[in-house]
Design a protein around this ligand. Structure first.
Ligand SMILES: [Zn+2]
Length: 309
């Protein structure tokens, strides 16, 4: 185990390498220091703790059966865990780019958590769903729990919509830092196009999953829960486009102001900015204009579950 503390002006970054016996193709201390020195998002933290970890030693990389290359745990202050095994499968030049991407992505999550209540809200909702599942499993009866289909659907959809902004913000910062996002009309169109494709894929996966024959209401709810509460690649791409649209069209807002908005206000602002930009929104709350509309999804699924029950 090696630990190193670096000082950058009045900031302090501690890097702990907890990996043993795993190949290090690059100098991780140097690479991480460089990112912390240059990335704007890193400059927001007076102190940071970056932990190089191994999937083998830290089970949190496999939370909910989904493998991740890095994570932040809201219970730890300003701490990021990076998993080395998956990064080491890349060639050395790609490792440096990946570290920069991963770090700025996770730093945005840390920052988002600090300045807004987003993920707290999401955790509460996931907790509720978990509680309901336990109740159902142990009592075999769901009626005793104050719960209904509409409430369940609102929970899973809120989780999905919230993650659009959480993952979108993280990818947005990350791509801005690496110069992949510029602030012009062409880039706005490219991001809109990419988001539209992702939304089509999300909708197609949902249909394939839910509209299969011989399915019952319980299975529909389980599949919806599983699908909507995981983190999909598409969510980052859709969210990135939404944030870019808002910042590009509304010059009165900055990135932090966007992060501080609750998800309903943010999506409404995005709809307004999309209209101003002259395109159909990908996501909407109640207007029904978006490819994925909150109210229309609830209505459609309630109707479907009702018919199956
Ligand atoms: Zn993320």
């Amino acid at each position: 185990m090696t630990k190193r503390t670096i000082r950058i002006e009045n900031r302090e970054v501690e890097i702990d390498d907890l990996t043993r016996g795993i190949k290090h193709s690059i100098d991780y201390f140097d690479c991480i220091s460089q990112v912390c020195k240059t990335a704007d998002i890193a400059k927001k933290f007076p102190s940071l703790n970056i932990i190089l970890d191994s999937e083998h030693d830290n089970r949190a990389f496999n939370a909910n059966g989904v493998q991740s290359a890095a994570f932040v745990d809201p219970r730890e202050k300003n701490t990021i865990h990076i998993q080395i095994e998956s990064i080491e499968t890349l060639p050395p030049s790609a490792i440096k780019i990946q570290i920069a991407h991963t770090l700025t992505h996770e730093l945005t999550h840390l920052w988002h958590e600090q300045i807004s209540e987003y993920s707290k809200g999401m955790r509460v909702m996931n907790k509720l769903i978990e509680l309901k599942n336990t109740w159902q499993r142990e009592s075999g009866d769901i009626k005793g729990f104050i719960y209904n289909d509409e409430y369940f659907l609102r929970c899973v959809l809120t989780s999905f919509f919230t993650k659009l902004i959480i993952e979108g913000a993280a990818d947005y910062t990350s791509y801005c830092q690496t110069g992949k996002i510029s602030f012009d009309a062409l880039n706005a169109r490219v991001l809109h196009f990419a988001a539209r494709q992702q939304a089509q894929e999300v909708l197609a996966s949902l249909d394939a999953m839910l509209l299969s024959p011989n399915i019952d209401a319980k299975v529909v709810k389980e599949r919806l829960h599983e699908f909507m509460t995981q983190t999909l690649t598409g969510q980052g791409i859709i969210g990135e486009h939404m944030i870019h649209t808002v910042l590009y069209m509304d010059k009165t807002l900055d990135f932090d102001a966007v992060l501080r908005m609750n998800y309903i206000s943010f999506i409404k602002k995005y709809e307004e900015c999309s209209r101003a930009a002259g395109w159909k929104p990908i996501v909407s709350v109640t207007s029904g204009l978006g490819m994925i509309d909150y109210a229309a999804s609830i209505r459609r699924w309630l109707d479907y579950i009702g018919k199956l029950a």
